[in-house]
Design a protein around this ligand. Structure first.
Ligand SMILES: Cc1cc2nc3c(=O)[nH]c(=O)nc-3n(C[C@H](O)[C@H](O)[C@H](O)COP(=O)(O)OP(=O)(O)OC[C@H]3O[C@@H](n4cnc5c(N)ncnc54)[C@H](O)[C@@H]3O)c2cc1C
Length: 505
């Protein structure tokens, strides 16, 4: 069969869902094609016994509060999606064991954050003032940049927003040092590096600060019905606005016209023609599904040169006692046994994080129970390097045992005897489920020549194939739920302009 639409969106992950929702709300005839039988991609949940486990989301950045909404809350409300968020009051607890180690809990909201930080590091007051000033200047610089539609006067940027430019062009650790933070203070502030998988001596400071600010302002957002609830609410927007979603429909080919324009896709033996195609699928896979003579050489080189970002090993535990009974008090606790973020990059038993959803959402699991979600960053040359099909099952059991015992020892709690359900996912699980090479959680690593500023500056000149846009964690700004939601809206806006231009409207 041949189907004709204005727009085809491939993949119903966060980016694909917001892209399709934006298109439908603008009256664009849209079909969203998803290979699985449910929306969300990694923004999903799964059931084992009487537990429904969150598959991926620890915390959503940029949610803000109901009174002072952040970008994600605004995006859901603009799309008319029914979304609810709980704001977690603690930023995180971070424990580093051993000599010179620490056990610090930071709170959210600027005043509470400042007070909790100074309690842990009494000498940090002045440096925190400088950090707050930098955050304010950065907001001003971004507002000015928006006003100038991304073409700011360079002299104004240098004269008025010099400090912002320093943070935008230097690694996190250097900027924190420049602001006067001691080593211990820097390590505590840098805790979130392990979510992003780029060590603080490489991670762009502006990029990290945007995330940190997003969490400090109002706290991390936790959807009470898990990330799958958010995915369902976006799918509803699509259907209510006349869009179509076809599940169990895997795209196997991208169709190009003689002029190199993408004109549709193949899926399940059918052809879906469109004026514009948006891919929520990583470019590496799109190019594998394309006749390469149509893909510009520079774009092929670009995706080959880009380094894939981290993936994770996740251990999901359903426990037959409550968090209170087990003595679990923290929503998120980061644990490491060495002080530096430098050496942890490839380390087995480097930093890992454990979330207890019940601390934020007590009714997240059946009465009398709770769940724990361990996340262990896996770097490209890290923990999985000796794993074979033969030892895969043993590797999963052994990894789970090691981390559970380490958590018990570090926190002084006992959980092993309360385990009712256990499930372990690895980069192989993620690679198989949503198709990204190596199961990369955020697409390409945002560092070095491919950092956030470099990508922003080359927007519009890379992956500029006519009739095709990309959205998702692998697109320009990278990293996480908030950014992938926003990337879908941006891709849809580009598609709408393209479609309307073609119609001569
Ligand atoms: C374990 C884990 C924990 C994470 N924790 C956090 C967190 O706490 N906070 C945060 O902000 N971010 C987190 N992230 C990152 C975040 O989940 C991702 O950045 C984001 O969800 C990516 O969304 P996406 O739009 O790229 O879609 P994806 O989730 O990559 O979805 C792509 C979709 O395309 C579909 N698809 C693929 N190929 C085809 C095809 N050929 N035809 C049709 N459909 C296809 C897939 O089935 C999938 O539905 C985490 C990621 C992981 C893996």
């Amino acid at each position: 069969m041949i189907y004709e639409y204005d727009a085809v969106v491939v993949g119903a992950g966060n980016g694909g869902l917001t892209a399709a929702a934006t298109l439908c709300r603008e009256g664009i005839r849209t079909v969203l094609l998803e290979k699985h039988n449910l929306p969300g991609g990694v923004a999903s949940s799964f059931v084992r016994g009487r537990f429904e486990f969150e598959a991926s989301l620890h915390e959503l950045c940029g949610v803000g509060t109901a009174d002072s909404p952040g970008s994600v809350r605004k995006l859901f409300s603009k799309l008319g999606a029914d979304a609810d968020f709980i704001n977690e009051k603690n930023l995180f607890r971070t424990i580093v064991t051993g000599q010179d180690g620490y056990d610090v809990t930071l709170e959210s909201g600027w005043d509470a954050f400042r007070a909790s930080f100074v309690r842990a590091c009494p000498g940090a007051g002045k440096s925190l003032d400088r950090l707050e000033k930098l955050f304010r200047k950065t907001d001003e610089a971004l507002r000015y940049n928006d006003k100038k539609k991304g073409r700011p006067n360079k002299l104004v940027m240098m004269m008025k927003y010099g400090k912002f430019l320093i943070s935008a062009s230097h690694p996190l650790d250097d900027v924190l040092r420049y602001l006067g933070f001691s080593l211990r203070e820097r390590l505590i502030l840098e805790t979130y590096w392990s979510y992003l998988g780029v060590p603080a001596y490489e991670l762009n400071a502006f990029h990290y600060f945007e995330m940190l600010k997003g969490y400090i302002d109002g706290g991390a957002g936790i959807p009470p019905h898990k990330s799958y609830g958010l995915s369902l609410s976006l799918a509803d927007v699509i259907l209510k606005n006349g869009g179509e979603i076809r599940y169990n429909t895997e795209v196997t080919g991208f169709i190009y016209g003689e002029d190199g324009r993408v004109t549709g896709v193949y899926a399940g033996g059918d052809e879906y023609r469109a004026k514009h195609v948006i891919s929520n699928v990583i470019p590496n896979n799109v190019f594998e599904m394309s006749d390469l003579k149509h893909v510009p050489r520079k774009d092929r080189k670009l995706v080959n040169a880009r380094k894939l970002g981290i993936s994770f090993i996740c251990i999901y535990l359903g426990l037959d006692r409550t968090a209170e009974e087990l003595g679990i008090k923290d929503y998120s606790v980061f644990i490491a046994h060495r002080q530096s973020s430098r050496g942890q990059a490839d380390a087995d038993m480097g930093m890992y994080v454990v979330n207890c959803l019940n601390v934020a959402v007590p009714e997240a699991t059946p009465e009398g129970t709770c769940s724990l979600f361990f996340t262990v960053p896996v770097f490209s040359n890290g923990m999985m390097k000796n794993v074979t099909p033969e030892n895969y099952a043993a590797f999963k059991s052994e990894t789970a045992r090691k981390y559970i015992e380490d958590y018990e020892k570090t926190l002084g709690v006992s959980i092993k005897d309360s385990i009712e359900e256990i499930s372990v996912s690895t980069p192989a699980t993620f690679a198989r489920y949503f198709g990204a090479p190596n199961g990369t959680a955020y697409g390409y690593e945002l560092s070095g020549w491919d950092g956030v500023m470099a990508r922003t500056l080359s927007l519009g000149s890379e992956l500029d194939i006519k009739g095709l846009s990309f959205c998702g964690g692998h697109s320009a700004s990278g990293d996480g739920f908030g950014v992938s939601y926003e990337s879908g809206v941006k891709a849809a806006e580009k598609a709408i302009a393209d479609i309307r231009g073609e119609r001569g409207e």
